[in-house]
Design a protein around this ligand. Structure first.
Ligand SMILES: NC(=O)C1=CN([C@@H]2O[C@H](COP(=O)(O)OP(=O)(O)OC[C@H]3O[C@@H](n4cnc5c(N)ncnc54)[C@H](O)[C@@H]3O)[C@@H](O)[C@H]2O)C=CC1
Ligand SMILES: O=C(O)CCC(=O)C(=O)O
Length: 444
């Protein structure tokens, strides 16, 4: 049995109740086969893959807090410190009722390769809680965040582990967590990214994941003889990533015609009105029904359906496993030429394979959405040097990083005779640096 198959079997046995983690490991290890085969003796002796698939450590803790009625509520908090061979653990905090250890492990595992692809010195980690900020008052969100940080602050620090936002964690939550960290630890340091601009945040971090997604998509299209200008784009989600992906796509001359949330979706053939979307989602924290009510050209539909709309480019920006095989078939039938993942692992393995087999350009999330964490690393640099850069400086660095990521994964795929397979290219390019660092640092 090959080394990859042996490790996959062991990982499946050990993590049988964590389907998302198994999905992520299976995708990565399968596409690394040519690299592993070429170095099998050393990797096997050093148990490199076993070490890569086992987090350095994981924390699970109780998060008690008091709601507005005086009732004590209890949630579960997690932080998985997956791999710090190339830098301090770095990765977001997800606040969503679906959060469990398997989801945090899949996200932390993906983060190792994504962070490596940025070219910046950051390792992989992820955390979160099953707390749902939706429908909670600001006071309740603050109470939760303070309690969450009261425990988390024991394990993190500007040079050890630097969390950030993810689903359900935006500037408000990061602010409350930063305040609590500072109060308990007595340190004013860059322990979190995505901070507000008045206390150490970076310009362009809010926009970075969505903008970065478009910079990479634009480069991928250009290198394959297409222009983003004039293209019709379907976006899913309507959170941080979706909003700024939509904004940048429209700035680049494309037309975005859909967005969605967990209850429904909007089709707006005249193009999504970003100012209205921001008002509904960022200011009012309301449902998309409010967008449709205020926009005569928009249709609102319950449930899922974004991928049924004809488009040239699809940008899944909501959550994992939201683009299924049937969606992929529909996209291909409608003439879609490119899919770039704004979310983490939004496309199932079967859907990805189908898209690739049908010559749809496919940019995986660990490359396409790396602009967020890359800009977080730029925020860490600014915090360390006690300076802040202009929006234009950060945006230019982001653009450069995203274009480089595309070329690195394109080159990696070509080196292993898999030209055009950007999934394999991203995994290989991300893996090589981490593997070198792990081997150089000995058995640890
Ligand atoms: N915020 C960031 O900088 C980064 C985020 N990501 C990923 O992008 C994705 C979106 O994250 P954000 O925009 O930050 O979160 P967000 O909390 O701002 O927005 C999440 C969006 O997804 C939708 N959503 C959540 N669960 C859903 C479901 N089950 N079905 C349909 N829609 C659902 C929500 O309604 C919302 O529109 C996630 O996969 C996240 O891990 C990846 C890289 C960086
Ligand atoms: O900005 C960060 O540190 C993390 C962003 C994130 O969670 C992600 O890339 O999925």
């Amino acid at each position: 049995m090959s080394y990859v198959d042996e490790v996959l079997e062991r990982v499946r046995e050990k993590n049988a109740s964590e389907p998302e983690f198994l999905q992520a490991v299976t995708e990565v290890l399968n596409s690394l086969r040519p690299v592993i085969d070429a170095n099998e003796e050393v990797y096997r002796r050093e148990a490199l893959l076993e070490r890569l698939c086992e987090p350095d450590r994981q924390f699970k803790f109780r998060v008690p807090w008091v709601d507005d009625k005086g009732q004590v509520q209890v949630n579960t908090g997690y932080r998985v410190q997956f791999n710090n061979s190339i830098g301090p653990y770095k990765g977001g905090l997800r606040l969503h009722p679906s959060v469990n250890i398997g989801i945090i492990k899949f996200l932390g595992f993906e983060q190792i390769f994504k962070n490596s692809l940025t070219g910046l010195p950051i390792g992989g980690g992820k955390g979160g809680s099953d707390f749902d900020p939706k429908g909670k008052s600001d006071r309740e969100v603050m109470a939760f965040c303070q309690s969450f940080m009261t425990e988390l602050c024991k394990y993190i620090g500007a040079d050890t582990d630097v969390p950030a936002g993810d689903i359900g964690t935006g500037a408000r939550e990061i602010g409350y967590m930063f305040g609590q960290y500072k109060k308990i630890r007595g340190l004013y340091e860059g322990v979190l990214t995505g901070k507000g601009l008045s206390y150490g945040g970076s310009l362009a971090r809010t926009e970075a994941t969505g903008y970065g997604l478009l910079y990479l998509t634009e480069e991928m299209l250009k290198c394959n003889g297409h222009d983003i200008k004039g293209k019709t784009v379907c976006v899913s989600g309507s959170g941080n990533v979706a909003i700024y992906a939509t904004q940048k796509a429209q700035q680049l001359g494309a037309k975005v015609v859909t967005v969605s949330d967990s209850t429904g979706w909007v089709y707006d053939p005249e193009g999504i009105d970003v100012a209205l979307l921001k008002e509904v989602k960022e200011v009012k924290r309301a449902r998309l029904t409010e967008y449709a009510a205020a926009r005569p050209s928009a249709e609102y539909h319950e449930g899922r359906g974004v991928w049924s709309i004809k488009c040239d480019v699809a940008l899944p920006c909501a959550t994992q496993n939201e683009l299924l095989l049937d969606d992929a078939k529909q996209l291909v039938a409608n003439g879609c030429i490119a899919v770039a993942e704004g979310a983490n692992m939004p496309t199932t393995l079967e859907a990805t394979e189908y898209l690739q087999k049908n010559n749809v350009l496919f940019a995986p999330g660990k490359a396409a959405n790396a602009g967020g964490v890359a800009t977080s690393a730029l925020e860490m640099s600014q915090n360390s040097e006690r300076l802040s850069w202009t929006f234009e400086e950060v945006d230019a660095k982001l653009q450069n990083i995203m274009v480089n990521i595309f070329h690195n994964l394109d080159d990696a795929a070509k080196r292993y005779n898999m030209e055009g397979d950007y999934v394999a290219g991203a995994n290989i390019a991300g893996f090589e640096k981490v593997a070198d660092a792990m081997l150089a640092q000995g058995v640890c």
